[in-house]
Unconditional design. Sequence first.
Length: 320
Amino acid sequence: MPFSHSRIARRILLASVFAAGTMGLGDAAGAADLVGLITKTNNNPFFVKMKEGAEAKAKELGLEFQSFAGKYDGDNDGQVAAVESLIAAGAKGILITPSDTKAIVPTIKQARDAGILVIALDTPLDPIDAADATFATDNFRAGELIGMWAAKTLGDKAADAKVAFLDALENQPTVDVARDQGFMKGFGIDPGDTTRYGEETDPRIVGHQWGQGAEEGGRTGMENLLQKDPDISVVYTINEPTAAGAHEALKAAGKADGSVLMTSVDGGCPGVQNVKAGVIGATSMQFPLLMASMGVEAVAEFIKSGKKPEPSPGLDFFNT
């Protein structure tokens, strides 16, 4: 759901279906050529930007565009239905941020078998080559950067920190593992098995909770972790809506006084505002609008020439 363009920012389905208006593209793509975008939800600013980028680029290139979203992060059934709908509609390309990176694979295979170019955005499938390509920024590095920031900010106190993890889903999709494990490395925690989290032995870890990438889940998860240990001093969150919810729980517990370091990933506009407001200490920037628009460009090229996108040198994904 990995990349070097990420940096710490201290300062700074189905929910909707639509078709964009069509316009001429010459020999690049015909007016009837359809590209679909499937996101995890439609209420996370990260996915709102992704849809914005894909829709604008599709309109620019004269492609018909349809958008689908799960009802919640983890809604695999909704995403399966969206893929099947796009297959039936004769789509030429599908861009997807998979909620369940393993369970969706058989349906993705059906799409590819039908001649549809499938590109995973942000969240790689498991295995990654189940898609024709993956466009993303380095989620492991994003986690590592905020972990490094937290360790440096605490200084000597990092050795005795109490760290809470607010992850996405209990089935641990690829992006969930990458960001979590990257944070551990950056903070100086041995992650052990790098293919999953939860089996670490570092006594500084208070525990893991799953917020489904949403504010409500972040609040509930933080409440549970505070019950386990009220002296939490560092919080890792999978994304900024989760961090916002966690902050509400800290505030209710009288701990929104700066004594707890909050970290996150995405760099969406609301998240950056929360950095400025002191809700989030640091976040790593991702580029959803760019990866989505580049995905649509790749579909247009595939329609024109049959050429599929290649990964960046030395990587198994295209680094946006």
